[in-house]
Design a protein around this ligand. Structure first.
Ligand code: PMV
Length: 345
């Protein structure tokens, strides 16, 4: 009996959240929290999810459902509005997994089932840590390897991007790319293919003195928050998106030069612009405000509306104390860890 165990890390945006959807660059780091999938042979699809929900469905059912969702995606893409897709994906608790697994089976021309046991260090109810992207990467890799298909990271990433589109509408692809390759990634959405530059040569040292803080459960999904920004008048949105793009370029230079004074200033400018785009919340403002008031840098990470806040201060203990006094818990994690990997075969 073949048993495969694979894993992939979550991610956090250093800069470029939302603006990356409009073709501006982002810098995204993998984090030391991982998602795991164990795949075993089965005639049906059986999903045992230790964090959210479990379920069973047939191979044909999954493939048909993924085709239905892809059609809704094409429709949404024409209208520039994915509300119907999002509605359908919320219709039952297994929808996303069914669509995702169906898409993998169809793309890889696999007609047998799999028993998948999923577990994750990345809390799925907290946005901004790439839980869905890491999931898309691990199930693609696990199902492929169970069926003796050795896919390149590029191919795994391409399939996972397709899965992310079913979940989020028109994501940039930055999340799945970082969860797949790991490290610190310079990512730019581009045609015919996205620009992906691992920054390990340019920024060879380990990023320290960052912490993450959970600003609470999101009321909206990533797709809905991206849609909110898309619905803003062009003349209001564009200058802020452009500014966020400039911040990403400057952040790359600042990190290269180990200029952390600029890094924290850029984080604060990014937070200001993201807030003006309407994706901050009272709690995010409270956390970022206190870090700024003691001379640090802080910004929401990912789509916002709650979720993770990334904070930096050269005196990490001082920052941790200020965050705790506000009633939040600073979460330490390694940044730039290894990407998707096989754990056991
Ligand atoms: O909130 P997350 O972790 O799903 O990240 C979303 C990042 C955005 O830039 C807002 C969207 C995207 O597709 O890049």
């Amino acid at each position: 009996m073949t048993v495969i165990k694979v894993s992939a890390p979550g991610k956090i945006h250093l800069i470029g959240d939302h603006s990356v959807v409009y073709g501006e660059p982002a810098i995204i780091a993998s984090i030391g929290l991982r998602c795991y999938a164990i795949a075993e042979e089965s005639d049906r699809i059986i999903v045992n999810d230790r964090q959210i929900n479990s379920g069973k469905f047939g191979v044909k059912e999954a493939i048909e459902f993924s085709t239905e969702m892809e059609n809704l995606w094409s429709y949404g893409s024409q209208k520039n509005d994915f509300s119907e897709l999002f509605q359908a994906m919320k219709s039952d608790s297994m929808s996303f997994k069914k669509a995702a697994i169906g898409k993998i089976l169809k793309t890889l021309k696999i007609d047998s089932g799999a028993k998948l046991t999923l577990s994750s260090d990345i809390p799925s109810h907290v946005g901004g840590m790439g839980s869905s992207a890491a999931f898309a990467i691990v199930i693609t890799k696990a199902i492929a390897e169970l069926n003796a298909k050795r896919l390149s990271l590029e191919k795994i990433n391409e399939i996972a991007y397709g899965i992310e589109k079913l979940q989020h509408g028109n994501p940039s692809g930055g999340d799945n790319t970082t969860c797949c390759y790991g490290g610190l990634i310079w990512f730019k959405k581009a045609s015919p293919s996205n620009i992906i530059i691992p920054l390990k040569n340019e920024i060879p040292y380990t990023l320290e003195d960052f912490v993450m803080v959970n600003a609470g459960k999101r009321a909206k999904t990533t797709g809905e928050l991206v849609q909110h920004v898309r619905n803003l008048p062009d003349g209001y949105r564009s200058p802020r998106i452009k500014k966020l793009g400039e911040c990403a370029w400057e952040m790359r230079s600042a990190l290269k030069a180990r200029d952390f004074k600029s890094v924290k200033d850029l984080m604060n400018i990014a937070q200001q612009n993201l807030s003006e785009l309407g994706v901050s919340t009272k709690k995010i403002d409270e956390i970022t405000g206190v870090v700024r008031s003691i001379g640090g840098g802080a910004k929401l990470s990912g789509a916002g509306g709650g979720g993770m806040v990334l904070c930096y201060h050269d005196d990490k203990a001082k920052m941790a104390k200020a965050i705790k006094e506000l009633g939040y818990t600073p979460i330490e994690t390694r940044l730039g860890v290894e990407g998707a990997r096989t754990e056991e075969r």
